[in-house]
Design a binder for this molecule. Structure first.
Ligand SMILES: Nc1nc2c(c(=O)[nH]1)N[C@H]1C(S)=C(S)[C@@H](COP(=O)(O)OP(=O)(O)OC[C@H]3O[C@@H](n4cnc5c(=O)[nH]c(N)nc54)[C@H](O)[C@@H]3O)O[C@H]1N2
Ligand SMILES: Nc1nc2c(c(=O)[nH]1)N[C@H]1C(S)=C(S)[C@@H](COP(=O)(O)OP(=O)(O)OC[C@H]3O[C@@H](n4cnc5c(=O)[nH]c(N)nc54)[C@H](O)[C@@H]3O)O[C@H]1N2
Ligand SMILES: [Mo]
Length: 691
């Protein structure tokens, strides 16, 4: 191989995962031939997950969209014909101009985390839609419920230092399956285990993670808030408290103590389906171990009471003073460490005529409803990028009905012909991470990671930014900021007046591929209090919640659908369905590629032997999972890994590739969480029958 034709390009994994890996791409003769994890980046540590280590199969897949197309069949049918970029862009611009003349809010951008890059995910796209005056999108589909509960209690989205937890004595892995969805973070937990930490996993399912922990505690879905209240009751009743920390760095302790008095382990046992003694000893162990770390994750964020549940859990380390230690406290997200410069990147100030068209925000989590109802104004166009709503949003029947509207103008910009793409009027080909420039923060570590383009765009694929530049020109948006290059956008990603970004320069990022934020090492965010709440303290009592009409104190918010909270519904649909991430998929990304589909096999439903026997279901049987919203099919896996009363279907499958044209979101509800307006995917009663 001649040296001139071979190079190694520094890249970032773009997917929605806390690990945000730094990658190195070997390129020969203009073709990427090898992808590996950057060895020197501490968190990545030279390894990639099972999906991204085969990334070239995604980049060079023969399923890639390579040309713009327009629809020739019915909506949803997926029949298209090739057109030029000129025709595609002119069609979109003409339609947007026509709609905007009446009311630009009838146009809705729809995007989530197909790429987490700040350039391709939240820069030129945001500028374009802000300038247009389109409806704003509330991006709630993943993390907003917990974020709200955390914020009310702790303040900023800043938790314990993920690299410091190696010195914890006790780690509660709460509502997460890091062996599958946070593998690089799991490495630190394993190191803690080697150093003598006890690991306890709190999850209705005996996951691969639970199997590697010392103890598995399996509450019913959506009952974590009750478990945390009872833990607080025990800590307070048995005086397992750090009185000094409470006095100096919290507010509302007396009211909290009063509130949780009734929430005994016996009470929580009746709600969570756990033994009172298990709850009591969990609380005692937590109260006595220092440093103790709670790695809470998104599994408990997908139920009606999710905001309050995260809030209740977030109170625990302030009671025990665990925050004093580098390896103590709690960790949900550390995204708030990154001083992302939203004003520069997204330019919300471009919104044109707020007087005539007061900004309107639409919640992405019930997009079906938003498309179907006669809003003010009704939605007439949707532009989807970085997301696959038809497959990932709850209550698919409603979502598909919305996208099937003949009078809705739908643009989809994608790498693949997803379930959503089938509904496009204009389908545009997108570049992969190897074909464009980007820069990334992370929600699971403290390193900014840079992504240089490694190869030329495949076919006629274009990056998101480029499409919005071209559309801006056709719309007559003449501001210079619409011609900024991706390099220029990348250099605005972080607010460089913020001390945390000192050293995180474009030059340093380019040279090394990644740079740690300028934070102390380890960073111990709340050792001296300094919570970023209005009071500067950990708020057991939160005035901000009272002002929003919520209970200002930790409370119990039951699931919308469960045997105890909705017995009438449970008569007909007695089983609680959860649909957490499958190891070989990343939401619906990878779920169309042969290697990963083969590894997952086919849609599965894990069911406890008792529940299976009652329904004459044997292992391997095809079953139908249904409720009033819809139905999907799967292969039964009869196993004691899931507790009785709960069934699990690892997700998210493509509807059109799963045999019956449906995935688990056929049955999930579009109701919203108590805080943050998030979806309640795992708050869902069903019946399961053999077919
Ligand atoms: N391989 C892979 N990795 C992923 C993803 C993927 O699809 N595949 N998705 C990425 C994304 S977008 C996200 S948001 C994160 C998600 O990251 P996590 O939230 O860590 O998701 P999971 O790893 O499934 O862990 C959730 C766990 O919560 C459990 N659970 C479900 N309901 C409850 C409940 O009510 N209480 C408790 N205590 N546990 C419950 C589930 O059984 C599951 O084991 O992972 C990211 N990483
Ligand atoms: N039942 C159930 N449903 C769920 C979940 C669950 O656990 N259970 N998890 C939920 C969660 S946590 C999340 S975060 C959401 C995720 O929902 P989404 O963010 O919609 O995630 P993906 O399904 O991976 O779809 C992302 C799409 O973006 C495309 N893409 C990638 N890069 C680019 C790019 O540069 N440009 C353009 N234009 N497109 C690009 C990909 O090809 C992919 O099709 O799903 C939610 N849905
Ligand atoms: Mo997510």
């Amino acid at each position: 191989m001649s040296a001139i034709d071979s190079k190694v390009v520094k890249a970032a994994c773009p997917h929605d995962c806390p690990d945000t890996c730094a990658m190195e791409i070997t390129v020969e003769q203009g073709r990427a031939v090898r992808v590996r994890g950057a060895e020197k980046m501490p968190f990545t540590n030279g390894s990639l997950c099972t999906k991204v280590s085969h990334y070239l199969e995604r980049v060079y897949s023969d399923q890639r969209l390579l040309y713009p197309m327009k629809r020739i069949g019915r909506k949803g049918e997926g029949r298209f014909e090739r057109i030029t970029w000129d025709e595609a862009l002119n069609t979109i611009a003409a339609k947007f101009r026509e709609i905007a003349a009446d009311d630009p809010r009838a146009i809705l951008p729809y995007s989530y985390a197909g790429t987490m890059g700040l350039v391709q995910g939240e820069s030129m796209d945001r500028r374009f839609f802000h300038r247009l005056g389109a409806s704003l999108l509330d991006r709630t589909i993943c993390a907003s419920a917990g974020a709200a509960g955390w914020k009310a209690t702790v303040g900023a989205a800043v938790g314990a230092d993920p690299e410091a937890l190696v010195d914890a004595r006790l780690i509660l892995i709460w509502g997460g399956n890091p062996v599958v969805s946070n593998v690089h973070g799991w490495r630190y937990m394993q190191e803690a285990k080697r150093r003598g930490a006890r690991l306890i996993c709190i999850d209705p399912r005996r996951t691969d993670t639970a199997k590697k922990c010392h103890q598995h505690v399996a509450p019913l879905p959506g009952t974590d808030g009750a478990l945390a209240l009872a833990m607080m009751q025990v800590l307070i009743a048995e005086n397992l408290l750090d009185h000094d920390y409470i006095a100096q760095h919290t507010i509302g302790f007396d009211a909290l103590a009063e509130r949780v008095r009734e929430h005994t382990p016996e009470w929580a046992a009746s709600v969570t389906g756990l033994d009172a003694e298990v709850i009591r000893s969990l609380a005692r162990e937590y109260g006595r171990a220092q440093p103790s770390m709670i790695r809470l994750n998104y599994g408990l964020n997908r139920c009606a009471g999710a905001g309050m549940a995260v809030r209740n859990i977030a109170c625990l380390p302030a009671l025990t003073g665990a925050w004093r230690h580098a390896a103590g406290g709690a960790l949900l997200s550390v995204s708030g460490n990154f001083p992302k410069d939203v004003r520069a990147l997204a330019r919300p100030d471009l919104y044109p005529d707020a007087e005539r068209f007061p900004p309107r925000t639409i919640n992405m989590s019930n997009i079906g409803e938003a498309l179907l109802k006669a809003g003010e104004p009704p939605l007439r166009a949707i532009y989807v990028y970085n997301s696959n709503p038809v497959a990932v949003a709850p209550n698919s029947n409603e979502v598909r009905a919305g996208f099937a509207r003949e009078d809705l103008f739908c643009v989809v910009h994608e790498l693949f012909q997803t379930d959503t793409a089938d509904y496009a009027d204009i389908l545009l080909p997108a570049t992969s991470q190897l074909e464009h420039r980007d820069v990334h923060g992370s929600y699971g570590h403290a390193y900014a990671v840079s992504n240089e383009p490694a190869i030329a765009p495949l076919g006629e694929a274009k990056p998101n930014t480029e499409v919005f530049r071209l559309l801006a020109a056709r719309m007559g948006f003449s501001e210079a900021l619409f011609s900024e290059t991706d390099d220029e956008l990348a250099s605005q990603a972080f607010n460089r007046d913020d001390p945390r970004a000192f050293g995180v320069t474009p030059e340093a990022l380019k040279a090394q591929g990644w740079v740690r934020l300028n934070l102390p090492r380890p960073s111990v965010p709340y050792a001296q209090g300094a919570f970023r709440t209005p009071s500067g303290k950990c708020e057991f009592y939160a005035e901000t919640l009272a002002a929003q009409g919520h209970d200002p104190l930790p409370a119990w918010t039951p699931p919308a659908e469960s045997v105890s909270s909705n017995p009438a519904l449970a008569q007909r649909y007695p089983l609680a369905l959860i649909t957490p991430p499958a190891r070989n998929f990343l939401n619906t990304s990878f779920a169309n590629l042969p290697r990963f589909v083969q590894q997952e096999g086919s849609p599965k439903l894990e069911i406890h032997p008792q529940d299976a026997a009652k329904r004459a279901i044997s292992d391997g049987d095809r079953v139908r999972i249904s409720n009033d919203r819809g139905a999907f099919h799967a292969r039964a896996v009869v196993t004691e890994d899931i507790r009785a009363g709960v069934v699990v279907s690892p997700s998210v499958w493509w509807q059109k590739l799963s045999g019956d044209g449906e995935n688990a979101n056929a049955v999930t509800s579009s109701a919203l969480t108590d805080m943050g307006g998030g979806p309640i995917f795992y708050d869902c009663l069903v019946e399961v029958l053999p077919v």
